[in-house]
Structures are given as structure tokens and as C-alpha cells.
Design a protein around this ligand. Structure first.
Ligand code: HEC
Ligand code: HEC
Length: 178
């Protein structure tokens, strides 16, 4: 019995991840995904207590806070200014239910590998368990799609179509983070 215990420990170690990386050699499959998720259009919302603005990621003016559910303080919710579409001049971004990503999905200041691990972890990705569930949000969510129609702002380096292809390739490869 005793000689089997290291194996049991090994099994327990992988049980927590969605899919375990099958090999050690860097696959690079997360690289194109990182180029999008670390782009200011995404990361400006995946922040700590306050969103950021512009490609330089400066603190949001006026200063707004997360509030209890990411929608801002009761006296100044995001929806005061962020409507369901961008303003006609493209200055104020708008998508229905515009709000900050939950703290468990904080990406600011994290490395590619850390963001990748976080994305796969059901405790920090909104309970998404399978590869398909993990990438579904990025294929269809209006807040994600906004990054490609952001008004007077730059867009991520890949088209949304290429981004989806990269996500599917990553899932097929077992969601490696290196
Ligand atoms: C307006 C703010 C906003 C923008 C812009 C935004 N997000 Fe999010 N993001 C959110 C919110 C809010 C959630 C939580 C929604 C949920 O869990 O259903 C979220 C959740 C996520 C999740 C799920 C959590 C996870 O780690 O699996 C992913 C992935 C994600 N966003 C990717 C992106 C990408 C990629 C972009 C840019 C192309 C982006 N987001 C742009 C607000 C934003
Ligand atoms: C008083 C009005 C106002 C409120 C309230 C407000 N915003 Fe903004 N927000 C703006 C304006 C105006 C801009 C455009 C400024 C610019 O791009 O220079 C902006 C830009 C942004 C951007 C930048 C997009 C990008 O990638 O450059 C994000 C992210 C953002 N707001 C998130 C939020 C969130 C989340 C809330 C609620 C917690 C919120 N805002 C509340 C007025 C507001």
C-alpha cells in the first residue's frame, strides 16, 4: 500500500487543473492569446479597484471605484456615462452592462503565465471547467467583442476571427501556459 502513495499524491496534484499540460517543451500556443488579453482594450477592465483608460492605461478620469459588484459606487455607477453603445463620436465606450471584471479575474500586473493559469482555474474564471467553457466567453461576450469596435481607440493585434482560431488551437493542445 505504502509504495502507491506517491502516485496518489501525483494524481491529486493534477486534479485541480482543467487540463494538465501533456509536455514540458514550450508550445507557444498561448502567445497569440496573450497579445490580445494583455492589450489595453481588455486589461483596462481587468483591474483592481478602478478601471483604466487609453493605451497608456492611465487611471480613469473621473476617478471611479469598483463598488460592491463592479458597477461602481451607488452614487456614480458606470451606467451614468457608459450606455449600451459607444457615443456617436466614439469617445465614451458603451456596451450593455459595462462594468469592471471581478477581482478574481484581475490581470493587471500579472505575467502571461499567471493570466493563463488564472484563466484555466475554475476558482478564478467564474467556474468554467472545460476548455470549451473557458473560451466560450471570449468567442461571444459583448464586452469582449467591444474591443474590436472600441470607438476612437486602437484594437488588439489579431482580428477576432484569428483570436478564436488561436483559442481553439490552445484548447486542442491542452491549454499549455508556456
Ligand atoms: C468593460 C469591461 C471589460 C472589458 C473591456 C473586457 N472585459 Fe473581460 N470581463 C469583464 C467582466 C465584467 C467579466 C466577468 C463576466 C462573467 O464572469 O461572466 C469578464 C470576464 C472575462 C473572462 C472570464 C474569466 C476568465 O478568466 O476566464 C475572460 C476570459 C475575459 N473577460 C476576457 C476578456 C478579453 C479577452 C477582453 C478583450 C478582448 C476583455 N475581457 C475585455 C469585463 C471586461
Ligand atoms: C462620469 C462618467 C463616467 C463614469 C461614471 C464611468 N466612466 Fe468609464 N469612461 C468615461 C469616459 C468619458 C471615458 C473615455 C475617456 C477616454 O477614453 O479618454 C471612459 C473610459 C473608460 C474605459 C476605457 C476604455 C479604454 O480601453 O480606453 C474603461 C475601461 C471604463 N471607462 C470603465 C468604467 C467602469 C468600469 C466604470 C464604473 C465602475 C466607469 N468607467 C464609470 C466616463 C465615465
Amino acid at each position: 500500500m505504502r509504495m502507491f502513495s506517491p502516485m496518489i499524491v501525483g494524481l491529486l496534484a493534477v486534479a485541480g487543473s482543467v487540463v494538465d499540460a501533456p509536455h514540458a517543451a514550450p508550445s507557444g500556443a498561448f502567445e497569440p492569446i496573450a497579445s490580445v488579453v494583455m492589450h489595453p482594450r481588455c486589461i483596462n477592465c481587468h483591474q483592481d479597484q478602478s478601471p483604466r483608460q487609453g493605451d497608456a492605461g492611465t487611471v480613469h478620469l473621473p476617478l471611479v471605484v469598483r463598488g460592491k459588484d463592479g458597477h461602481g459606487a451607488p452614487t456614480q455607477p458606470c451606467q451614468t456615462c457608459h450606455q449600451t453603445t459607444n457615443t456617436a463620436d466614439g469617445f465614451v465606450p458603451g456596451v450593455e452592462d459595462w462594468h469592471l471584471a471581478p477581482l478574481s479575474m484581475l490581470w493587471e500586473g500579472r505575467s502571461k503565465e499567471q493570466i493563463c493559469e488564472q484563466m484555466k482555474d475554475p476558482a478564478r474564471n467564474g467556474g468554467r471547467r472545460t476548455g470549451e467553457q473557458v473560451i466560450e466567453h471570449m468567442k461571444t461576450d459583448p464586452l469582449v467583442l467591444w474591443a474590436w469596435v472600441p470607438g476612437r481607440r486602437t484594437i488588439p493585434p489579431l482580428s477576432h476571427e484569428k483570436f478564436v482560431e488561436a483559442l481553439e488551437t490552445w484548447v486542442k493542445a491542452g491549454m499549455p501556459c508556456r
